[in-house]
Ligand binder design. Structure first.
Ligand code: ATP
Ligand code: MG
Length: 872
């Protein structure tokens, strides 16, 4: 039996033998595309080629691609674990032709690979072709059907609807019919009972799609119409796990050798056996699936967090923890213990797992721990709700509460329902769904981007000239209108541009372009869309055909470059001071600040921070010149000592940036020599996740401002202390004195309270058999009064009535203390003070036996006291 490793390799070997270039998997986490958080299909990394934004380097390409389908257009999360063939993270095997072969060869290759190389049973395969769509004037894809008929009888070539058999990249852009290959893995017996033909595309777990061949031949325009694509594209995707299941003769992906080791390990940790209890089986599948998704996203640089992609990952992890908790009894972190097993299965094909094992384990462990705490808080909240509802005779939990449990505590609706059922209660599912819809609408509205069609002005290839220039003359190639969150602006593509488009953490340039009459158009940002540099501006010239003068905002650019170069120096210094385990995990470079995230397992000590600063500053003083190589092969670059980052996408040719001994693969812009950075300081160092630290630092002018601000603070402190030679010592002396003084004051207060108390006791009056104590006077703090009140209560436990009308710094205070027997008789200190608070123009209240009120009218005190005493 072929192992999964052999199957993956056989795919690559087969397509290599058919003239395909085998390329690596792109990172699963996407960092530079605002429309997509995670790779969800093999074609994502070729989007710019398909859209014509990047040149075709190889016309035939194949690979295995890490994919994640948990958000946006493809979201399989809720299926995962409940069925046996959808995963969150899976590998997609694919082959591409960019303007080379088309339907005939794509079909031939697929068929030959499945039936000749892997020897899958031909009788168990079915294919679908697009049935056509009369409203769009699209005919049946008889071309594909024709080619298939060389291999399969006509009845097993099934017509499919637009939903299943017409692929579109988005609302606009490349699209075309597709042809799917389905496999029937049922037993011979079942196959005799029901014809597999009837089960294709019917969500049968054992008659499933394994391969989708997309024939991109149209481009959809913004008005919905279709035009022929000049260069046609083949894009295929096959689920690797499903393929392995079929080849290995299993009926569930989880029975293949990709998942079994994980399942076994989970069984061992939870003392359960797979295949004995359906609920536990679901949980084991969920955990074995999710741990892969989480591990791969961490190695690709996306840690679980509170926002965006990080939150998606956190939710996956929580789902797994929750299943483990509820169905496998896992009350302690355990998923991190699966990583060694995962590495056994996947480490060879994806060495990033091995390289970052420790980080992955730590992050998962910490996330598990903190979520288990949240889960317990959620359980308590639900218990409390159940109790309250029972007390009020209600049997239905409000949808909003169930949603809060879902959203904040990770309780899926079915868990809440399960727990409630044990108490004969239900959930208002309609209300829950409404809340869910509201949240989805909010998310959708925030994300909606409407784009118009590109208006082509000139033909040509865009070129970035910003490594050498900050201004140049250029023509507009094309532009389009964009609407986002009710804001309208334009995206403009220039033939030549010095503007850096946001990438690799460095923010985009802003600046202007000027027409021949001197009219100025502002470019407020430069972004990258599928590798195309788009300049954002609010206005388009009435005549866009001319030559324009482009100019980058130099001040902003220079400040950004200082920070970018300093980031490289910082990276190197951190590796020297802390060790080689330091790896870049994220970076953000703007004109104001640089942020650098890196793996390290302890808080940095002040000495380490100082040492790093010293090393960076030393490199600044050495005024190292920028040495840049724009077209080096990745191997050459690595040989020269440049470090490739995990989770970054590199082409075959890369750019290296070198300052002395610091060598990095980098596409960003840099200052010409380090001396121009001037100064550098780390302003903060903190944790952003288990094992990942963040440094924020400033350079150049911003650093100067930062240092001045500190200097000013110090100077003013010095001034306040009368310019002592040693500020710290003088301040310490002051603090010590202060402590001494506080002690002395406390003693005075105690003494004074004692004196006052004695006086109050001496003036005691008996009214109606009750001992009445009164305290009046100014400069008596409320604390002193309170102290006296409680002492009196202790000394006279029965028939005691204490009332004080005192003032402190022109604030009036009323205090009442009653012995318990008076409270039992119906007197209430809180009510008494509330009743008279108006006399002192204030408010107050308290308990039945002790209450206070405060106000600003000292003159009203005696009237207030008199009224209170009337209650006796
Ligand atoms: P399905 O209808 O089974 O969800 P799909 O139509 O979403 O599949 P495509 O988008 O065409 O699938 O993806 C190509 C191939 O990737 C599929 O034929 C299938 O083998 C595989 N695939 C798709 N989604 C998943 C998933 N969630 N887990 C594992 N494999 C998948
Ligand atoms: Mg799907």
């Amino acid at each position: 039996m072929m192992t999964s490793k052999e199957i993956r390799q056989s795919f690559k070997d087969y397509f290599a033998s058919k003239g395909h270039q085998i390329v690596p998997s792109a990172p699963m986490v996407i960092k530079d595309d605002p429309t997509l958080m995670f790779t969800n299909a093999g074609m994502n990394q070729f989007k710019d080629i398909i859209l014509g934004n990047a040149p075709v380097k190889y016309r035939r390409v194949a690979n295995a691609q890490k994919c994640l389908r948990v958000s946006g257009k493809h979201n399989d999360l809720e299926e995962v674990g409940h069925d046996t063939y959808h995963h969150t993270m899976f590998e997609m095997l694919g082959n591409w032709s960019f303007g080379d072969y088309f339907k005939k060869e794509a079909i031939e290759f697929a068929w030959e690979y499945l039936t000749e190389i892997l020897k899958l049973d031909k009788d168990r395969l079915y294919v679908t072709v697009f049935e056509g769509s009369p409203d769009e004037g699209l005919l049946r894809d008889s071309e594909a059907a024709e080619h298939w008929s060389r291999y399969l009888p006509a009845e097993r070539i099934i017509d499919g609807s637009k939903k299943d058999n017409f692929w579109e990249m988005g609302d606009t852009g490349p699209c075309g019919p597709c042809s799917e290959i389905h496999i029937d893995i049922r037993s011979e017996e079942d196959r005799k009972k029901v014809n597999g033909l009837l089960l294709v595309n019917k969500s049968h777990p054992q008659v499933i799609e394994i391969w989708n061949l997309v024939f991109m031949q149209y481009n959809r325009k913004a008005d919905g119409s279709l035009e022929e694509l000049p260069a046609k594209v083949i894009d295929t995707g096959m689920g690797f796990e499903r393929l392995c299941m079929a080849v290995q003769g299993k009926t569930s992906n989880y029975d293949s050798d990709i998942f079994q080791p994980l399942i076994q390990k989970i069984g061992e940790l939870s003392r359960s056996r797979y295949g004995e209890d359906p609920q536990k089986d679901v949980a084991m599948r969920v955990v074995s699936d999710h741990v892969r998704a989480i591990a791969f996203s961490i190695t690709d640089g996306q840690l679980p967090s509170n926002a965006k992609a990080g939150y998606v990952i956190r939710r996956i992890l929580r789902r797994a923890v929750r299943y483990g908790y509820t169905f496998l009894g896992m009350k302690e972190p355990f998923m991190y213990k699966l990583i060694p097993t995962l590495i056994d299965v996947m480490g060879e094909a994806y060495p990033e797992l091995i390289a970052q094992q420790k980080l992955v384990e730590r992050v998962i462990n910490e996330e598990e721990e903190s979520f288990l705490r949240t889960l317990e808080t959620g359980m308590r909240l639900l218990d409390k709700q159940i109790e309250e509802h029972k007390a009020a005779g209600k049997t239905q939990l409000e949808g909003a509460v169930a949603f809060q449990l879902y959203d904040t505590y990770g309780f899926p609706l079915d868990l809440t329902e399960l727990i409630l059922r044990e108490h004969s209660m239900t959930v208002d599912t309609q209300g829950f769904n409404l809340e869910m819809k509201k949240q989805k609408d909010r998310a959708r509205n925030a994300a909606v981007i409407e784009t118009g069609d590109w208006v082509q002005v000139h033909e040509g290839e865009p070129e970035f000239v910003g490594y050498d220039l900050t201004a140049c003359e250029s023509r507009i190639l094309r532009y389009r209108k964009v609407k986002q969150k009710n804001k309208q602006f334009y995206q403009v593509v220039f033939e030549k541009s010095p503007f850096y488009a946001e990438m690799g953490g460095q923010v985009g340039d802003s600046g202007v372009f000027i027409d021949k009459d001197g009219k100025v158009f502002r470019i407020f940002d430069t972004k990258r869309e599928t590798n195309l540099a788009v300049h954002l501006c609010n206005e388009i010239p009435a005549d866009p055909t001319g030559i324009f003068h482009l100019e980058v905002d130099i001040e902003k650019r220079t400040a950004t470059e200082c920070n970018h170069t300093a980031t490289h120096l910082l990276h190197e210094a951190l590796r020297e001071v802390l060790g080689k385990h330091v790896e870049q995990k994220g970076s953000y470079v703007s004109p104001d600040v640089l942020r650098f995230d890196f793996s390290h397992f302890r808080k940095m000590t002040p000495e380490e921070i100082r040492e790093v600063e010293r090393r960076v500053t030393e490199k600044i003083r050495q005024d190292l010149k920028l040495e840049e190589h724009r077209h080096v092969s990745i191997d050459e670059a690595k040989a020269s000592g440049a470090m490739a980052l995990f989770g970054e996408k590199y082409g075959d040719e890369v750019r290296t940036v070198r300052f002395g001994t610091s060598i990095e693969l980098c596409g960003g812009t840099h200052i010409s020599s380090t001396g121009r950075i001037g100064t550098f300081r780390i302003v903060s160092e903190s944790a952003i996740a288990a094992g990942v630290r963040r440094i924020e630092a400033v350079t150049a002018k911003k650093c100067e401002e930062y240092l001045y601000a500190m200097e000013d603070t110090l100077k003013s402190v010095k001034n306040m202390l009368n310019n002592p030679p040693d500020v710290a010592q003088a301040l310490q002396r002051l603090l010590d004195e202060n402590i001494e003084m506080k002690k002395t004051i406390q003693e005075f207060v105690k003494e004074k309270a004692e004196q006052l108390k004695q006086a109050v006791i001496a003036d005691k009056e008996i009214i109606n058999d009750i001992a009445v104590f009164k305290l009046t006077g100014s400069d008596i703090s409320p604390d002193v009064v309170k102290d006296i009140a409680f002492q009196l209560k202790g000394q006279f436990p029965e028939k005691m009535f204490f009332v004080a009308g005192t003032s402190m710094k022109s604030k009036a205070n009323i205090t009442v203390m009653l012995s318990d027997d008076l409270v039992k008789k119906g007197l209430h200190a809180g009510n008494l003070v509330r009743q008279v608070a108006k006399f002192i123009e204030g408010g107050g209240g308290g308990q039945p036996h002790f209450a206070t009120a405060g106000g600003k009218n000292v003159d009203g005190l005696s009237a207030a006291m008199q009224l209170i005493l009337k209650n006796l």
